[in-house]
Write a protein that binds this ligand. Structure first.
Ligand SMILES: Nc1ncnc2c1ncn2[C@@H]1O[C@H](COP(=O)(O)OP(=O)(O)OP(=O)(O)O)[C@@H](O)[C@H]1O
Ligand SMILES: [Mg+2]
Length: 591
């Protein structure tokens, strides 16, 4: 949870300005319009003062109606300009925030896999949404035009004091009290608001999780318990919401009370002066009814920006906290080191070598230990081993999601670190263990927006995997919609789409993390054929859970607790009677 911090940080403001500067013309326009608006607001009470003193109080209506017309015109201009002013400031702000969000996302896409391992997704989403929203308030609440507000306040004071010095002194008596009280209550409002936001996000998290896992809730008849937990969080949310309302109403009441109080003070003191003036037959310099009215009107106009000052203060505080977090993320410099002189061996042959590779997600805790092996061009190699043995990790190193801490990995004799990352990933296609489909349609999920993969190419690749037979059953065909994470498709269908995605990009080297999930025997058969098919003529490295994939391989690498324990063909390893033989008996006995 964020604590209240400084409302102004020069360093942060400077960095924010980098995003605002290209759109600053909007802010200047807003500020210019604000000056005009302020002028209108200052004119209106003056016009009424004239109306009262020069016409109404002496019963002379000549020239009275033009004055009313002038008032109506100034009021209309004021309303229209106010709108244009808000629009200008918000346009500038929204443009700057658009750039900021794009910069954030571009940066996020450059961060390595290791960063995402340790950072919760929810927090990153918060940076791009909630924190950017907090900055947006800078513009919507008009903090950026605070300069204009100050000028308005000073101008009002000058007018009040020149109208009647003593009455002005009395009228602003309440101002320090108002400033102190609103500032105090605002802090409470903010604390309540922060805890309400935390409760709300807790509730959203709960909702998100339970809705995604609704089938488990229903299958295990956990509806009652889930309801109870949800109700508990909901009570907290209600409590937190009411607390913010409590403090907010407290604030508005205080402001209203003090502003009425000021009117009363003006009427009390000023009223005395007006009466005195009447009794003495309207001496020069005495207080007139028009001036008294103008005082009340000016003071009420004075209170609005004054009251907003404390609001703007907390908006600034929130914005600074958000900006700090956003820039912390933008400063996150963790990267896969990119080589200065990328090597490009032209045509890929597809020879892979692991040389004494050691790696751990946590460097102190190696997951792969001193692993060495090589794969000849066109060779089909299967990786087997118990859960957690490090098989997937081998593939992640090969696609350079991570770099080994010791040793090196080469493709066609060149260290992976000497390739340009994009170039490397074009040569190696990965079918991951968990299929991830995006919302869109089937064809889009195969092409993934890659311009090099035309629709025809994508359909050809999918047809090679016999995906067309499945797709033809859908009313939308290749354009059948795919819902979030591919929820509306079966496990086998999703895997085939994932295969087609890689095959369509036709990489020279194929790495495949075979899914452990069971599919029906017909789909199983299709998947087997698909795997067999996409491995043809390519160097391939497949983590195999199905005996058929293992048997199909030219060579089998057996991993055990991060080490390469055995290698050879199926028959050789069975004959050796070691780990592999045990695995086969345990895992594949039913087949
Ligand atoms: N992102 C990660 N951060 C930290 N540790 C990880 C991460 N991914 C995997 N590990 C750990 O590394 C070890 C090897 O994991 P790996 O995914 O390579 O196993 P695997 O052989 O593919 O297992 P399975 O057959 O179950 O898929 C495991 O102990 C796992 O807990
Ligand atoms: Mg795995």
């Amino acid at each position: 949870m964020d604590k209240a911090g400084a409302a102004f940080d020069k360093g942060l403001v400077k960095r924010l300005w980098v995003f605002v500067a290209p759109h600053q013309k909007w802010l200047w326009k807003g500020l210019g319009l604000l000056m005009l608006v302020s002028a209108c607001r200052l004119t209106m009470p003056w016009l009424i003062k004239l109306a009262i003193d020069q016409h109404l109080s002496i019963g002379d209506l000549s020239g009275y109606y033009p004055l009313l017309m002038a008032f109506a015109v100034v009021a209309s201009i004021d309303a229209l300009l106010r709108r244009s002013q808000q629009l200008a400031v918000e346009t500038g702000g929204q443009n700057a925030l658009l750039d900021l969000r794009l910069a954030l996302f571009r940066h996020l896409q450059e961060l390595p896999a290791a960063y995402f391992d340790r950072t919760p997704t929810g927090r990153l989403i918060g940076r791009v949404t909630t924190d950017v929203e907090a900055l947006q308030e800078l513009f919507s609440s008009g903090v950026v035009t605070i300069l204009g507000d100050l000028i308005f306040l000073i101008a009002t004071l000058v007018i009040l004091f020149s109208l009647h010095f003593k009455l002005a002194l009395v009228a602003i008596l309440v101002v320090p009290v108002l400033l102190a009280l609103t500032m105090l209550i605002r802090l409470r409002v903010r604390t309540a608001y922060v805890s309400m936001r935390a409760k709300l996000s807790e509730m959203n998290g709960f909702l998100h999780e339970r809705l995604s896992g609704m089938s488990v809730v229903q299958m295990f008849s956990r509806e009652e318990e889930t309801m109870v937990s949800y109700a508990e969080i909901n009570h907290d949310v209600r409590g937190a919401q009411l607390k913010t309302v409590w403090w907010e109403t407290c604030l508005s009441t205080t402001v209203e009370l003090l502003s009425s109080f000021t009117v009363a003070i003006i009427l009390w003191y000023g009223g005395g002066l007006v009466a005195e003036n009447w009794q003495q037959g309207g001496i020069r310099g005495g207080l007139t009814l028009g001036v008294l009215f103008a005082f009340i009107d000016y003071m009420q106009k004075f209170f609005q920006p004054l009251n907003e000052l404390s609001l703007k203060y907390t908006v600034m505080q929130n914005a600074m906290t958000a900006a700090r977090r956003i820039f912390d993320l933008l400063d996150e410099a963790e990267r896969l080191p990119e080589t200065e002189n990328p090597q490009n061996p032209g045509e890929v042959v597809g020879e892979i070598r692991f040389e004494k590779v050691t790696f751990g997600y946590d460097p102190k805790n190696p997951v792969l230990k001193n692993v060495s092996f090589s794969v000849a061009p066109g060779e089909k190699v299967a990786l087997v081993g118990a859960t957690g043995a490090g098989k997937t990790t081998v593939l992640k190193l090969l696609t350079r999601l991570y770099d080994p801490s010791h040793g090196r990995i080469t493709l066609d004799g060149i260290d992976l670190r000497d390739y340009e990352v994009r170039d490397l990933r074009k040569r190696i296609g990965l079918v991951p263990q968990d299929v991830f489909l995006f919302e869109g349609d089937i064809l889009e999920n195969i092409r993934l927006g890659n311009v090099e993969v035309s629709e025809e190419k994508a359909i050809a690749a999918a047809t090679r995997l016999h995906l067309d037979q499945l797709v033809n059953r859908f009313p939308g065909g290749w354009h059948e919609p795919v819902r979030e994470r591919g929820r509306n498709l079966s496990a086998g269908e999703k895997q085939l789409i994932s295969f087609a995605r890689v095959l369509a990009a036709s990489p020279r080297v194929l790495v495949l993390d075979e899914a452990t999930s069971n599919v029906d025997s017909h789909t199983e058969h299709i998947l087997q054929e698909a795997v067999h098919d996409i491995m043809q003529g390519r160097t391939s490295l497949a983590i195999a859970h199905r005996l058929s994939t293992v048997r199909d391989a030219d060579r089998i690498l057996v991993f055990h607790q991060g080490e390469l324990a055995e290698q050879g063909t199926h028959d050789q390893l069975i004959a050796e009677g070691g780990l592999y033989a045990c695995l086969v008996v345990l895992q594949y006995s039913e087949t």
